[in-house]
Design a protein around this ligand. Structure first.
Ligand SMILES: Cc1cc2nc3c(=O)[nH]c(=O)nc-3n(C[C@H](O)[C@H](O)[C@H](O)COP(=O)(O)OP(=O)(O)OC[C@H]3O[C@@H](n4cnc5c(N)ncnc54)[C@H](O)[C@@H]3O)c2cc1C
Ligand code: FES
Length: 293
């Protein structure tokens, strides 16, 4: 469904990241993991401004608030190119074309009491909504949030409880997760906040310190593909169920253009694999299904 949203806030969160909040009259039922495909409303009205992106871009839904007569939706974006520069310019009242909700949702596993959410860089946004949903479902949740440096972490860090440098200790340091009672482990590549090192090393250290039963644990991950591959392979070795949120360039976002393929295992295929579409079969895939390249 294509809707027009009104910008209600475009708040700077850290050096390159912003939270864009939109208000719409309605929005279909949606869940964590789904995304919206955004472009300037003018593109839809046929008034093409060549300074703005022609193709939509996908953004994970970071939060959704249903009110009596409207719906508010947040996305968090990092300014890297043409679409995100246009998004950065949006101010209160500016219209934006919203296609969505698109894609599938992170499954919430009734048999898994423990959930770990492992994100790196702009893989963080879908984890905020997922953490809220898992906490509401009564799960024991820990969020692992990796960034290159403290100024690239789009979280509000509590002054009275900074993230531990010890990857074995999760704390209620990030307001956005603490609101759902979810502790975090923060890592930075340069050691400027939390654990000094990669989030994969932090997750491995936390696993070693807490030794959860693999049967009880499910891991959800989103971020750079190398990071997700490490998490997927770690979980395969430990026999832990794992879901990945894949990212592909998406021209249509609706299954038509075939630009967003993800290779997945298929024992019935002669070569043992086939393509699925990130926009309609995903973006959430079982980690064990993905063929990493
Ligand atoms: C399902 C899905 C969910 C997504 N969710 C989010 C989200 O929540 N937040 C978000 O910011 N993006 C998200 N993306 C990525 C988003 O769709 C855009 O690709 C991204 O914002 C870049 O758009 P752009 O036009 O600004 O940059 P482009 O002009 O497309 O790219 C400019 C340059 O930046 C590089 N680049 C692209 N992305 C990044 C990056 N993340 N970090 C560093 N360099 C980069 C490109 O390789 C290119 O060289 C998601 C993508 C998918 C498929
Ligand atoms: S983006 Fe067109 S098929 Fe997925």
């Amino acid at each position: 469904m294509i809707l027009t949203g009104q910008t209600i806030q475009n708040q700077k969160l850290c050096r390159d990241h912003f939270r864009l909040s939109l208000r719409m009259n309605r929005f279909e039922s949606a869940g964590p993991g789904q995304f919206v495909h955004l472009c300037p409303a003018e593109n839809i009205e046929g008034v093409i401004d060549y300074r703005t992106p022609l193709l939509r871009r996908a953004y994970s839904i970071a939060a959704l608030r249903r009110q009596d007569t409207s719906v508010e939706l947040d996305v968090i974006y990092r300014v890297v190119g043409s679409a995100t520069r246009w998004m950065q310019s949006l101010t209160y009242g500016n219209p934006i074309s919203v296609l969505g909700p698109q894609g599938n949702r992170f499954p919430i596993e009734p048999s898994k009491p423990i959930a770990w959410l492992v994100s790196g860089g702009v893989g963080l946004p879908p984890m905020l909504w997922l953490a809220e949903a898992l906490a509401k479902a009564g799960k024991n949740v820990v969020a692992f949030c990796g960034a290159q440096s403290a100024d690239l972490l789009p979280l509000t860090i509590r002054g009275d409880e900074p993230p531990s440098t010890d990857a074995g200790r999760a704390t209620l340091s990030a307001t956005e997760f603490a609101q759902s009672g979810v502790p975090v482990i923060v890592s930075t590549d340069d050691g400027s906040l939390g654990f000094h090192g990669h989030i994969c090393a932090a997750m491995t250290a936390f696993h070693k310190a807490s030794l959860p039963s693999s049967d009880d644990l499910v891991v959800y991950t989103c971020g750079p593909e190398r990071m997700m591959r490490f998490v997927a392979e770690f979980c395969a070795i430990q026999k832990i169920e794992c879901f990945v949120c894949m990212e592909r360039n998406m021209a249509c976002g609706t299954g038509l253009c075939q630009s967003c393929v993800v290779p997945v295992r298929d024992p019935e295929d002669a070569e043992g694999w086939r393509y699925q579409l990130c926009c309609t079969d995903g973006p959430i895939f079982e980690a064990a299904e993905v063929v990493w390249r």
